[in-house]
Write a protein that binds this ligand. Structure first.
Ligand code: ADP
Length: 443
C-alpha cells in the first residue's frame, strides 16, 4: 500500500476514534440538556398551577372529579396534570421520576414532577408529566444535526490530509521511486539531486546515489578482475593446446597416451570456452561494444538457423522462423544480438525432445517489441526459472556439454541493450524465452 494512503488511513482511523468519543460525549450532553430543560419547564408549570390553585381555590378543581382527584391532559397526551388527596405525604416536597402512566387505556412514558402541598389542612399530591417521546424527538433532531456536522468535518479533514500527504511525499513518489524502479545498471543510474525542502528525502536520495556509486565501483572492479584473469589464462592455455597438438603429430605414441592427450585437449578446450565466455561478459559489462548497427531481424535469424540447422537435424528437431521480413533492429550490436539469439536457439535444441520444434517469432504492444524463442522440449521447473540466468548455473547436468554461461551471456547482452528477458515454461512440455525491446529500437 502507498505511504500516502497508509498515512491518510491511519489519520482517518484516529479521527474516527475521536469522532466516536465526541459523538458519545455530545449525545450525553444533549440528553442531560434535554432533561434539564424539561425539568425547568415542569417546575414552571408547577409554579403556575400552584398559583392558580391558591388563587381560585382547590375545590374548583376537585369538584368536577368526585372531590378527591383531578386529572387533565392535552389531546395528544404529551402532557398531563393530576392533583389528588393524599393524607400520607409530607408537604412541600418536590421530586422527579420517570414512569409509565395509563391514559384512556393507553400507556405512555413520562418525565414526572411530583409535588406535595397542603391547603385547608388537607394534603395533596400534584403530578405534572411530559411525554418522554416528545422530549427525545427534539433530542433526536439535535443528535442527527451534530452527527452530520461531525461527519462533514471528518470527511473534509480526511480529504485535506490526503492532499497534504500527497504534496509532502511528492519528491518520494515523483523522483526517488521512479529512479529506483528504472534501475537496470548502476552505470546508467539517474544520479540527479532532488529538489525538496524535506531533509529526510534529500538524505535518502543522497544515500541511494552514494550506494549506487559504490555498487558501480565494485562491479567495475569485479569485471576488470574477471577480464584480467581471463586474459592472463587465455595465453598459457592456448600455448598448452598447441604444444599438445605438436606432441600428437610428431611423436610415436601408444594409443593409451594418445587418448590421454586427447582428453587433456578436450579439457583445455572447455576451459577456453569458459574463458571466452567470461571475457565476453566482462567486455559487455565494460561497454566495450558499440551499439550503432541496423540489423534486419529476419536475415539475422535466418543466418542463425542455417548455422545451427545441422545440430537440429541430428536431433530430428524442426526449426521455424516466423520473423517478418520488414523488421529492423536499430542501434544494436549485431555481433551480440547474434550471440544472444544463437544461445537461446541452441538451448532450445539442446533441451528439446526427439521430433520437437523450435520457433522464432515476434510480437509487440504499445511500448515494447518482443522476440520470442520457444520450444516444446523438457521445460524448466518453476523454482529454477530465476536461477538459470546465474553464472555457471546448470539444471540438467546430464545433458550434453555446457558450462552454464549461455543464459548469463544472454542476460548481459539484453541489459547492454536496455532490454529485458523473461522466461515462461510448462515443465515437461515447453519453454518460451521472450526478449523485450523498447519500441525505439525497432523500425
Ligand atoms: P548450459 O546450457 O550451458 O547449461 P545456460 O546458461 O545456457 O547453460 O542454461 C542454464 C540452464 O537453463 C541449463 O542448464 C538448462 O537447465 C536451462 N535451460 C536453458 N534453456 C532451456 C530450454 N530452452 N529448455 C529447458 N531448459 C533450459
Amino acid at each position: 500500500m502507498r505511504l500516502e494512503l497508509k498515512l491518510a488511513l491511519i489519520g482517518a482511523i484516529s479521527k474516527i476514534v475521536i469522532f466516536l468519543i465526541l459523538f458519545t460525549i455530545v449525545q450525553q450532553m444533549i440528553d442531560s440538556l434535554a432533561l434539564r430543560h424539561t425539568e425547568k419547564d415542569l417546575i414552571k408549570m408547577k409554579d403556575k398551577t400552584m398559583l392558580t390553585v391558591r388563587k381560585i381555590g382547590i375545590k374548583s378543581y376537585l369538584d368536577a372529579e368526585q372531590d378527591s382527584a383531578f386529572a387533565s391532559y392535552n389531546i395528544l397526551k404529551d402532557e398531563y396534570i393530576s392533583i389528588k388527596l393524599d393524607s400520607k405525604v409530607i408537604p412541600e416536597q418536590m421530586t422527579f421520576t420517570q414512569e409509565a402512566r395509563i391514559i384512556e387505556g393507553e400507556e405512555f412514558d413520562y418525565r414526572i414532577l411530583i409535588y406535595t402541598f397542603e391547603i385547608d389542612h388537607q394534603l395533596y399530591t400534584l403530578e405534572i408529566g411530559k411525554n418522554i417521546q416528545l422530549i427525545y424527538s427534539l433530542d433526536k433532531t439535535l443528535k442527527s444535526i451534530s452527527v452530520s456536522i461531525i461527519l462533514i468535518v471528518l470527511l473534509i479533514t480526511i480529504l485535506f490530509d490526503l492532499g497534504i500527504f500527497k504534496y509532502l511525499l511528492h519528491p518520494l513518489n515523483r523522483t526517488i521511486i521512479p529512479k529506483l524502479k528504472t534501475v537496470v545498471n548502476p552505470e546508467t543510474f539517474n544520479y540527479s539531486e532532488i529538489d525538496s525542502t524535506t531533509s529526510d528525502f534529500v538524505y535518502l536520495n543522497t544515500t541511494i546515489n552514494e550506494l549506487m556509486h559504490k555498487v558501480n565501483d565494485i562491479l567495475k572492479t569485479q569485471r576488470k578482475f574477471i577480464g584480467d584473469v581471463s586474459h592472463e589464462l587465455f595465453t598459457p592455455i592456448s600455448v598448452m593446446q598447441s604444444k599438445l597438438d605438436n606432441v600428437l603429430v610428431s611423436e610415436k605414441l601408444s594409443s593409451e597416451t594418445e587418448r590421454f592427450i586427447m582428453d587433456q585437449q578436450k579439457q583445455l578446450m572447455r576451459l577456453q570456452h569458459i574463458i571466452k565466455a567470461l571475457l565476453l561478459i566482462s567486455r559487455i559489462g565494460n561497454d566495450q561494444y558499440a551499439k550503432n548497427d541496423t540489423v534486419s531481424l529476419r536475415e539475422l535469424t535466418d543466418e542463425i538457423i542455417s548455422d545451427i540447422e545441422e545440430r537440429a537435424l541430428m536431433s530430428n528437431i524442426t526449426l521455424e522462423n516466423r520473423i517478418a521480413e520488414e523488421i529492423t533492429l536499430l542501434n544494436v550490436n549485431r555481433y551480440l544480438i547474434y550471440i544472444l539469439l544463437f544461445n537461446l536457439v541452441s538451448n532450445a535444441i539442446k533441451y528439446n525432445k526427439d521430433g520437437g520444434y523450435v520457433k522464432i517469432s515476434h510480437a509487440s504492444d504499445e511500448t515494447n517489441f518482443f522476440i520470442i524463442v520457444e520450444d516444446n522440449g523438457i521445460g524448466i521447473e518453476a523454482e529454477n526459472l530465476n536461477l538459470i540466468f546465474n553464472r555457471f548455473k546448470r539444471i540438467d547436468t546430464n545433458k550434453e556439454e555446457g558450462q552454464g554461461l549461455g543464459l548469463s551471456i544472454a542476460s548481459s547482452i539484453v541489459a547492454f541493450h536496455d532490454a529485458k528477458i523473461e522466461v515462461l515454461s510448462a515443465p515437461g512440455e515447453s519453454s518460451q524465452f521472450k526478449i523485450c525491446f523498447p519500441l525505439k529500437n525497432i523500425k
